[in-house]
Design a protein around this ligand. Sequence first.
Ligand code: FNR
Length: 183
Amino acid sequence: MKTIIGIAGSIRAGSFNAALLRAAAEMAPAGCTVEIASIKEIPLYNGDLEASDGIPEAVARLKDRIADADGLLLVTPEYNNSVPGVLKNAIDWLSRPAADIPRVFGDKPVAIMGATPGTGATRLAQAAWLPVFRTLGAKVWFGGILYVPGARKVFDGSGNLVDEAIRERLQRYMAGFVASIAD
Ligand code: FNR
């Protein structure tokens, strides 16, 4: 059984990206589980806090979960044509201390997707994550692409993915990502 840790980069209750992550978890192929992790409890990064108290419990737990997982699925909103601060903050904490980066991120298969009510489909946010994961030594998967524009029509009021074309693309994307991870 392969395990993927899924992180949505929005802590909003009605988040389209959290909804996309839930759909991805439901559509994971046989032999794979997507465990949804939250970044809600992660504080703002502060070097003073790190020096005085060390790594916060929520960060340490998530680091271990990523380290133990076969892959990481990042579902990212786009803010001002780039990455959202709450998710960047979480990844920054997860990269501390730097000596632990190889254990957590080294050669880790990472898939990136995202949803927006706008038309740009999170293309720029997804691209903006690439230098971050290159820096962390992760292995970003380029075998598929999933951009979700027009999210208000793609999800219903309860956050269910109701667009058949996107459902099919998501299923193919998840199958491709999981198949790319060595047994
Ligand atoms: C946005 N939004 C947005 N959308 C987009 O497609 N490109 C962008 O550059 C931005 N920029 C942006 C900046 C800020 C500060 C906010 C608050 C929002 C809209 C964004 O896609 C929308 O709020 C999504 O609903 C956020 O994702 P969740 O919370 O639904 O997952």
